[in-house]
Write a protein that binds this ligand. Structure first.
Ligand code: HEM
Length: 120
């Protein structure tokens, strides 16, 4: 069964995204990177992030991950911020009842973007 099905389809994914970004935006360690970023762009961020993490259809045609995160990097985004952000994603999946093995798989997929996001 795909993670998409595990979570319960479109509606559940919307719930997951809301939960995830509530956590990110409530955490001062990472929320600052999103201040001044317009809401539509944050939503694109959510979708692009999730499509990648879930191995879903990649219809993203925007800037490369490396270019898209130049500004956050200049604002200090580093390994720690990355881990905090990913930790909120992990917690969200766990709270929604996704089993630990699946959570591990998803985190591994999401991590393939790490070097580009951090510019390393
Ligand atoms: C693998 C992990 C990640 C993926 C796949 C991802 C994906 C993306 C994409 C596709 C964009 C461009 C969105 C757009 O402009 O329409 C973007 C922008 C952005 N991302 Fe991420 N992201 C990841 C991790 C992070 C992390 C860890 C942070 C901060 C804690 C972050 C903060 C931001 C911010 C603030 C922007 C907007 C930058 C700007 O417009 O100046 N992202 N991300």
């Amino acid at each position: 069964m795909s993670l998409y099905e595990d979570l319960g389809g479109d509606e559940a994914i919307g719930v997951a995204l809301d939960r995830f970004y509530d956590k990110v935006l409530a955490d001062a360690t990472v929320s600052g990177y999103f201040s001044g970023v317009d809401v539509d762009r944050v939503k694109r961020h959510q979708r692009a992030f999730l499509a990648m993490a879930f191995g879903g259809p990649d219809r993203y045609e925007g800037r490369t991950l490396k270019a898209a995160h130049r500004r956050p990097r200049e604002q200090g985004l580093d390994q720690h911020g990355y881990e905090v952000f990913m930790g909120h994603f992990r917690d969200t999946l766990t709270e929604l009842g996704v089993d630990a093995t699946r959570v591990g798989e998803v985190m591994a997929i999401a991590d393939t973007g790490k070097d580009d996001v951090l510019g390393t």
